[in-house]
Write a protein that binds this ligand. Structure first.
Ligand code: DHB
Ligand code: FE
Length: 282
């Protein structure tokens, strides 16, 4: 059976991808941020995932206002990125795993999550930047990826609790897959940031630290927030926390934090990374 190895939650700010492309990770502005990732890569080297399930939010590359599913699951043989206007390079495609995708889709729909199925899907910086952070140069990158997109563009957005439940259902889907593959679930976005309007540049350190604390041991404390409360507390784009909650939801049993790192600011965002694993594993 498939093995759920753990979850990683990480920021996905486009400028990180630009910095990786320039090889400028050691610049004084950037090094305190990138310093959070070697322990994540050590953990990955230990658990050796075969598949990366990437829960992220598309920012208008694949979906736009004319057609915006709340939840969308990739079922393509490969996934490409494209120019989004951030000056990031177009990268070689990421191989998919249609067989696992269709298993997950069948399981989610049976579990009453009526997702959009995408046999073609372009992936944006919220997918590619975490990939580059976790597997620089694609060294030891999982052979296959499964992108799952959650709408954060067109309100109404799914609630934190709904996204956590989606994560639960994703976890059940993975654990019922009959092949012997190791799977890591990644949730990307956040933490607090607001890119537009009167509060542009808004960051809420206190709320971020509460999230980093509560997500493993007491996710319920975060699930009671409405989307509008999240906007108030974390900024309009800080709602990307719902991707973290979905990834957290995938993990069964008691969960512990294997690694956490927080650094403010990265561009306009509170940069953060968390590694979560089943407490029994430790
Ligand atoms: C930034 C952060 C994001 O999450 C994003 O999608 C785009 C830009 C930023 O801080 O620059
Ligand atoms: Fe974003």
């Amino acid at each position: 059976m498939a093995r759920l190895l753990g979850a990683i939650c990480t920021s996905h700010v486009p400028a990180i991808g630009g910095t990786i492309a320039r090889g400028a990770q050691e610049e004084p502005y950037w090094s305190p941020f990138f310093a959070g990732y070697p322990p994540v890569r050590d953990w990955l080297a230990d658990v050796k995932p075969d598949v990366a399930v990437m829960i992220y939010n598309d920012h208008g590359l694949n979906f736009f206002l004319d057609n915006l599913p709340t939840f969308a699951v990739g079922a393509a043989p490969e996934y490409r990125n494209d120019d989004e206007g951030w000056g990031l390079p177009t990268l070689p495609p990421y191989p998919g795993d249609p067989k696992l995708s269709w298993h997950v889709i069948e399981s989610l729909v049976a579990d009453e999550f009526d997702v959009a199925t995408c046999q073609e899907m372009r992936v944006d910086h919220a997918f590619t930047v975490p990939m580059s952070l976790l597997w620089p140069g694609r060294v030891s990158m999982p052979a296959r990826a499964l992108p799952i997109a959650i709408n954060t563009v067109q309100h109404p957005l799914p609630t934190p609790r709904r996204c956590y439940k989606l994560g639960r259902a994703i976890g059940r889907a993975i654990e019922s897959y009959p092949e012997d593959v190791g799977v890591v679930v990644i949730g990307t976005g956040g933490l607090s940031h607001q890119l537009d309007g009167e509060r542009a540049g808004f960051i809420n350190r206190g709320f971020d630290l509460e999230c980093l604390e509560k997500i493993a041991a007491d996710p319920e404390a975060l699930l009671r927030y409405s989307i509008h409360e999240l906007v108030r507390l974390a900024g309009t784009q800080g709602v990307e926390l719902i991707m973290w909650l979905a990834a957290r939801g995938a993990l069964p049993g008691r969960v512990r934090t294997a690694h956490r790192h927080y650094h403010v600011p990265i561009s306009n965002t509170a940069g953060a990374v968390l590694v979560l694993e089943n407490a029994a594993r430790a």
